[in-house]
Write a protein that binds this ligand. Structure first.
Ligand SMILES: [Zn+2]
Length: 341
């Protein structure tokens, strides 16, 4: 997919298309930013432009080289990722043998064009041995080689590898842009697109994956609201049942918490502003208004803080059921006695 069809990552686009125009392409790039905001698709677009027979600052999308890149079949584009190897064996980080293979291929040079492009995913998870081996290649690159490292942050990376690469920053995508992509690329109706975009937190890849999986975000929200309602009414027994049933779906809990947080924030926003356009759950503004009318603002703020704390606890790998029980009890106990019905 050429640059012109990508979501707008202004910094990346200016820098990479500027390099293509001037012909001053670096031999190593480091794409840094959160997952799901287009780092990999931008790397592939850059590779396509570099390999395109037409040249220029964007791929033509039509030549043989462009079509091979689109089909993931260009011999001068290699993707090295941590999740899997050629044999399909599970692997947690890009390993030394993968880097050795990369260096062997780099030494041969391009097969078809003037350049050979390597995309290395999850570069932050690379072990010292692999990173040091890659550093040698970055320090003395064979002609025509372009290496694109993709990483969530530079904190855990070898500092010399970071400083020897041209950094390209990626940020979260604004919600209206995510809505546009969901509607145009996945045909998602507007009310669902607005909610999915808010839920993705600016990670367009996550929103597209949810749309592709046929997930119905509104159905999920209805389920979350039933549990939240029980929590904010302070019914402890029913709460513990709810915690248990949610905790059973381990992969799903974070999403559950995100939906709950968006809702609680929207109810608070409505209490303060009363503006449907300011809501993530804009399609359900009547229901948001109804909650705003009966919920206590202090209890809502406590609930939002408790949900944030639960998300942090889950990231620290605490027991899911315990995290949810703690959350629900915190919510229930923050409800003032007179506010209970
Ligand atoms: Zn082309």
């Amino acid at each position: 997919m050429p640059f012109r069809d990508l979501v707008d990552q202004r910094h990346a686009r200016l820098l990479l298309q500027g390099a293509l125009r001037s012909g001053r392409v670096s031999h190593a790039y480091l794409f840094v930013g959160p997952a799901g905001v287009g780092r990999f698709t931008t790397a592939r677009a850059f590779a396509q432009a570099l390999l395109c027979a037409e040249g220029g600052d964007d791929a033509c999308g039509r030549c043989a080289a462009c079509r091979k890149v689109s089909a993931a079949a260009h011999p001068d584009l290699r993707v090295i990722s941590a999740g899997r190897t050629e044999s399909g064996t599970e692997r947690r980080a890009v390993g030394i043998d993968q880097i050795r293979e990369l260096k062997r291929e780099a030494a041969y040079g391009p097969y078809e064009g003037r350049r050979k492009v390597f995309i290395v995913e999850d570069a932050e998870a690379m072990r010292a041995e692999a990173a040091n081996s890659l550093l040698k290649l970055v320090e003395e690159p064979p002609p025509g080689i372009v290496i694109i490292l993709i990483s969530e942050s530079t904190a855990a990376m070898l500092p010399t590898l970071v400083s020897r690469s041209q950094s390209v920053r990626f940020g979260f995508i604004p919600a209206p842009e995510v809505v546009r992509v969901l509607r145009q690329q996945a045909g998602v109706p507007e009310d669902r697109a607005t909610f999915l975009a808010a839920l993705s937190g600016g990670r367009v890849g996550r929103a597209l994956a949810a749309a592709a999986a046929g997930e119905d975000p509104l159905e999920r929200r209805a389920e979350v609201l039933r549990a939240l309602d029980v929590a904010l009414r302070g019914d402890i027994i029913r709460l513990l049942d709810a915690a248990e049933s949610i905790a059973r779906r381990r992969d799903d809990i974070e999403r559950w918490l995100d939906v709950a947080l968006l809702w609680v924030r929207d109810v608070l926003v409505w209490q303060e502003a009363g503006d449907p356009a300011a809501l993530a759950n804009a399609d359900a503004h009547a229901e948001v208004a109804a909650w705003a009318g009966r919920a206590n603002p202090a209890a809502l703020r406590a609930a939002a803080a408790a949900i944030e704390a639960a998300k942090a606890d889950l990231r620290r790998n605490l027991n899911a059921r315990l995290v949810l029980e703690t959350l629900f009890v915190a919510m229930a106990s923050s409800v003032p006695v007179r506010g209970r019905s």
